[in-house]
Structures are given as structure tokens and as C-alpha cells.
Design a binder for this molecule. Sequence first.
Ligand SMILES: C[S@@+](CC[C@H](N)C(=O)[O-])C[C@H]1O[C@@H](n2cnc3c(N)ncnc32)[C@H](O)[C@@H]1O
Length: 362
Amino acid sequence: MPDTLTKMAYQAFQDGKNYFGLGHKAIATQLRQWLRPDIKIELESINPNFLQEISRRRDALLEVDWKDAEAGIYSKSLLFDNPWADFFQYYPAIWLDLPAIWERVGTNDVYSFDEDINTSIFPRYYLRNFHHQTNGYLSDLSANLYDTQVELLFGGTADAMRRRILAPLQQALQVKQVVANTIQQAPSEPVEPLKVLDVACGTARTLKMLREVFPEVSLFGIDLSPAYLRKANQLLAETPGTLPQLVQGKAEDMPYRENYFDALTCVFLFHELPAPVRQQVIDEAYRVTKPGGTFIICDSIQMVDTPELEPMMVNFPALFHEPYYRDYTYDDLSDRLAKAGFVEIETEVHFVSKYWVARKPA
Ligand SMILES: C[S@@+](CC[C@H](N)C(=O)[O-])C[C@H]1O[C@@H](n2cnc3c(N)ncnc32)[C@H](O)[C@@H]1O
């Protein structure tokens, strides 16, 4: 397909997802107001300038996403990758789950887990119904609904935001590969493959794209949720490629030896951690990163960069249970990265996400 047509198809695809997400949210809100008028959620008002700004930022994200694909950092087919099977199979379940969610919102119950879920092995801060999800991160249904819910929340831009980690990662791995080739003892000696860990990999949307873009790299994923890891394994097994090594464990206490990975990525985790745990995860990331390796974080925007989007940062935790989000929006992760020992810390903001790229000194 000629480039202009592919670009138009990409824009139409994204617009379709955006309108679907807006329609979904509007109908769900209306239904809640009719069926549960007792639930009162106080929200900051949104004005037309704010909506214009959101739309401008979304267009800018899609433009830079397209440019990176055009530049060959990733293939254009990645722009159209979408969890369709999940969407068709589980979209009705999102509606069916709403009454249970409203009931918990109405009673302010954010610690609700089915009795057959063994909660004793998880840290206390994790035992919450994040986003008001039924059983938090601890059921197969939650794992099955997660990707579609995130797509609805972000109007179909979740993967476009995740893809912003690919260019800095490619750059970091190129540097590591040059160093590996230089220190190779003899031409016959095999060069060890580079290793990348995705911290809090969830259902593996990031690992899936990493495998497509870096097929030679050994990939690893760690997450606390057994159900999300099962889902990750299922998603990764659907398409050809080596299966990344998935491990159930805490990001703040990882079962890897020090100086092990050439790079680490971490998408949408930090806003779900209490402040002290954020520092522990960063310290742990530093420990397992090889000297000269890179740590890339993608998470929510923060107040310091985008005060004009304050209504969104205030309304998000009011609508979706996010107990650590407000504190996160004021947290200086660059300072935390520097405290751990990382250097050359750079940040970027795209749409409603912020990125940190940090290097462990060689
Ligand atoms: C918002 S989801 C993000 C998942 C995925 N990275 C993505 O891009 O969709 C947060 C994930 O972090 C995991 N998580 C939360 N706290 C964790 C911790 N301390 N250690 C490891 N995983 C954790 C959850 O189980 C969940 O899968």
C-alpha cells in the first residue's frame, strides 16, 4: 500500500478506536447515573480548551508514532496490531461486570477479593481493586478484560504510548551491541545475546512488540500477578517467536543476579506503587542492570510538566481506584533514579505519558 494510504488507514483506525472509547465512556457514565444515582463522584470540570489540548497532544503522539514507523524503527504493521480476539470475546463481559463495580464504588470497598484467591503471598499495597477491577489484578477475568479496558480508557492509544520506548531502547541496544562485538575474544566465539527485562509486564503487550522489533534479543518479563502472567504466556504463544522467560515476583525484589540485563523497560507501573516502593524498584532495577545498560520507564504525565492537564490528573484517581496516583504525579523520579546511581537521565512527554531514560555508568 502506498505510504499516504497507509497513513490514512492508520489515522482512520485510531479515530475509530477514539470514537468508540468516547462512546463507551459516555454510555457507561449515563447508565451509572440512571441505575445508581446514589453514587456521587466529584470531578474537576473540563473546559473546551482542555479538550482541544488533549486532541492536539493525541495528534502529536500519532504523528511521532507514524514517523518512527516510517523511519524503520518498527514496522508499519505494528501500528495496526490490536487485541481483536480479546475485544470480541470479552467486550460484553466489561458491561456485565459494571453492576459489581458500581456496588463496590457505592460502598467504597476497594479491598474485595474472592475467597478462593490466596492473598497472603502479596504485599499489602497491592491488595486493592485497582481501577475498581473485580478481584484487582488477581483473577483470570481481570487479565482477560485488562487490555480492552486500557484501550477504552486511552481511546486506543495505549500501544502508541508503549511504542515510545522503542526508539530509545533501540539506541541503547545498538551501543551495547557495538561494545559486545568489540570485546568479543575471537571471531569464532559466539556473542552472547543481549538481554532485556520488562518489569511489571502484565499481559505482555510490551513484550510482544519488543519481540517483533528485537527478534535477536533474549526477553524476560516479571509481574506479581499469576493471572496476568498466564494471559501474557497465552498472548505470546499466539504468534511465532521465542517465548520470553516469565517470572512471578516483586519488582522491588527481583530474582535475578546483579549486572544481568542490558536494558530494562517498565510501562505503567510506577503510578501504582507507594512512594517508598517506587524507590525500591528503581534501586533494584539499578542492581540488575549491567554497567552501561539502560532503564526506560513509561508512565503517566506529572504535574510538573503538564499543569494544564491537572483536571485529568485529579479526575483519573477519582474515577478509577488509584490510591498512589496523586502522590506519583508530584514525585520526582529523576531524583530517585539519580539517588540509585543512574546517570544521563532524560525525560520526554507524549500525550498523557511521561518517559525516563537512564543509564547505569559503564
Ligand atoms: C497498570 S498494569 C501495567 C501492565 C503492563 N506493563 C502494561 O503496559 O499494560 C500494572 C502491572 O503491574 C503489576 N505490578 C504491580 N505491582 C507490582 C510489583 N510490585 N512487582 C511486580 N509487578 C507489579 C500488576 O500486576 C500489573 O500487571
